[in-house]
Design a binder for this molecule. Structure first.
Ligand code: ADP
Ligand code: MG
Length: 593
């Protein structure tokens, strides 16, 4: 057969290998997590493709991952029955770093260096296939794609700039399909080949892989064997006639090696919520979404009736970095399964509106076709119903945080995702009733701690009809606005809208619990205390003054009017009833720059 061919790595690969080895030196054990996750991805890919190309499964073997440790020789083998790789795929996948996981790692490494360098953080990111060289001197990847009739062996060594590929010729080593990695461990890392160590790492890192992972373990079977009675013993029992024919049994332990199922394959969403602990949910979150912080809240539910599906949803603890995320619904935050088969995490608003795209989770439906396409997703009535339920559950979950005894939780939520909900006021009229109780604002009576609209309404005066607000760029400037004087004098609470998006959000809501939102900077503010007689008198007295001022200011103002809105300031610039508020004007200006 053809001899091995030698290939040079893409330049970045050699650099990356060096980086991985240096930065993960104290966290070497992640190599096993990475290689198992690749095996699991390969099985996922095969299962997905086989829906439309059943001939890929012509070599009938189970979907599983098997890991064997040979501690005497310091060798670990990891075998999966997944999609495998063709010769060309070996070159593309293991000779270049176009792959997502590794790119993410490089970025994380750079970010963490910029931030002072925390190598522990890096351990949370997928570092990919090359992590095998953290512990290995030499690695071989023997792989059989169902699309190719040949099996190929990729072989690489630590600190080398090239690798080889040859055809597998040893009939003993032929696979029905899939991939076998063989790691020849470095002298100091041979301990990783201990079967108990492998078992512990699998349990620790890969508990939620949805394919069975078997590890090669030495097991002790207890066995009852009959033994002939020792004559001395028999003598002692002689008096007792009943024991005469009794045979003795003895328990012995027989040792042998066998495959042992090492992970929990029942996906968390299929389990009974009563039997799943908070830590299980948190761990599932961290593992599934590659996060290192626990979520703020989770919700596990099943819906029945018209459409059946199961789901676990999460509110992340912090918003992703970068302001683009609020508008970008393509967050890969929702993983869709159909009958436990992973279908896609590439959604564009089909399952959640963009303002809720920060919600993470898994959704598993039995009612969608396995070969569901983007077009089907967009048109499906089932998906529309699912979306409605998911949105409702997401709101319940957020409401749950707001009602928690720990006020800080919601403050944290609001700090991270308050903007998203305000965007919801603008984009999702249908859910105003669900969004409004979740909003928070500072007010003239609560400048330090934000209040809810319910708290505002509770604090309204008996004859107060409206909810008052003023939009400004900060609490300080809101509180010094002359418009506020009369309201403060009457002890009326005023919401301070200090986030640029607040005013538009409130305008979209229009009212809360049948109380209208009223901008106190608009000209027709009616505080219900009109004294017509007195107004007439004042108009007569100051009418000419107003005309005089208007004449001098000319087009700079729309009109000059007598007002009862001030108590100590002599005059104020107010917005017209139908015009923009001063705050909006400021925003519009800022946008046109
Ligand atoms: P990532 O998993 O993020 O894509 P990796 O460096 O872990 O990056 O893997 C690189 C690529 O090598 C994978 O995308 C996949 O195409 C291929 N690969 C790795 N391991 C396997 C495997 N066990 N079976 C099939 N393909 C694999
Ligand atoms: Mg990977």
């Amino acid at each position: 057969s053809a001899p091995a061919e030698t290939y040079e790595y893409q330049a970045e690969v050699s650099r990356l290998m060096g980086l991985i080895v240096n930065s993960l030196y104290s966290n070497k054990e992640v190599f096993l997590r990475e290689l198992i996750s690749n095996a699991s991805d390969a099985l996922d890919k095969l299962r997905f493709l086989s829906v439309t190309e059943p001939e890929l499964l012509k070599n009938a073997v189970d979907f599983d991952i098997r890991i064997q440790g040979d501690k005497d020789n310091g060798i670990i083998t990891i075998t999966d029955t997944g999609i495998g790789m063709t010769r060309q795929e070996l070159v593309d996948c293991l000779g270049t770093i176009a792959q997502s996981g590794t790119a993410k790692f490089l970025k994380a490494l750079k970010d963490s260096k910029d931030a002072g360098g925390d190598n522990n953080l890096i351990g949370q990111f997928g570092v990919g296939f090359y992590s095998a060289f953290l512990v290995s001197d030499r690695v071989t990847v023997s792989t059989k794609s169902p699309k190719s009739d040949k099996q190929y062996v990729w072989e690489g060594e630590a600190n080398a700039s090239s690798y080889t590929i040859r055809e597998e010729t040893d009939p003993e080593k032929l696979l029905p399909r899939g991939t076998r990695l063989t790691l020849y461990l470095k002298r100091d890392d041979k301990g990783f080949a201990h079967p108990e160590r492998i078992q512990k790492l699998v349990k620790n890192y890969s508990q939620f892989v949805s394919f069975p992972i078997y590890t090669w373990q030495e097991k002790g079977y207890t066995k009852e064997v009959e033994v002939d009675e020792d004559p001395a013993e028999a003598k002692k029992d002689e008096k007792d006639e009943n024991t005469e024919k009794k045979k003795k049994t003895k328990t012995i332990v027989e040792k042998c090696w066998d495959w042992e199922l090492t992970n929990e394959t029942q996906p968390i969403w299929l389990r009974n919520p009563k039997e799943v602990t908070k830590e299980d949910y948190n761990e599932f979150y961290r593992k599934t979404f590659n996060e290192y912080l626990d979520p703020l809240a989770s919700s596990h539910f099943t819906t029945e009736g018209e459409v059946e599906f199961r789901s676990v949803l999460y509110v992340p603890p912090i918003a992703p970095l970068g302001k683009d995320d609020i508008i970008n619904p393509k967050t890969k935050n929702i993983r869709l399964y159909v009958k436990r088969v992973f279908i896609s995490d590439d959604f564009d608003g089909e399952l959640f509106p963009r303002y809720l795209s920060f919600v993470k989770g898994v959704v598993d439906s039995n009612d969608l076709p396995l070969n569901v396409s983007r077009e089907i997703l967009q048109e499906s009535r089932i998906v529309r119903i699912m979306r409605k339920r998911l949105v409702r559950k997401a709101f319940d979950m957020i409401l749950g945080i707001s009602m928690s005894d720990n006020r800080e939780d919601y403050e944290k939520f609001w700090e991270n995702f308050g903007k998203h909900l305000k965007l919801g006021c603008i984009e999702d009229r249908e859910n105003h009733k669900r969004i409004a109780p979740l909003l928070r604002f500072f007010s003239s009576q609560s400048e330090e701690e934000m209040i809810s609209l319910d708290e505002y309404v509770e604090n309204m005066k008996p004859d107060q009809k409206d909810i008052y607000f003023i939009a400004s760029d900060s609490v300080t400037s809101a509180k010094n606005a002359p418009f506020l004087e009369r309201l403060l004098e009457k002890d009326l609470e005023v919401l301070f809208l200090v986030d640029p998006i607040d005013e538009v959000a409130i305008q979209n809501l229009k009212s809360y619990k049948e109380k209208n939102f009223v901008d106190i900077s608009k000209e027709d503010l009616d505080l219900g205390d009109k004294n017509e007689e007195r107004e007439k008198e004042i108009k007569q007295e100051f009418g000419q003054t107003c005309d005089w001022i208007k004449k001098h200011l000319g087009d700079k103002v729309a009109s000059v009017q007598i007002s009862n809105r001030l108590s100590s300031s002599p005059c104020v610039l107010a917005s017209g009833k139908f015009g923009w508020s001063a705050n909006m004007e400021r925003l519009m200006k800022a946008q046109t720059v």
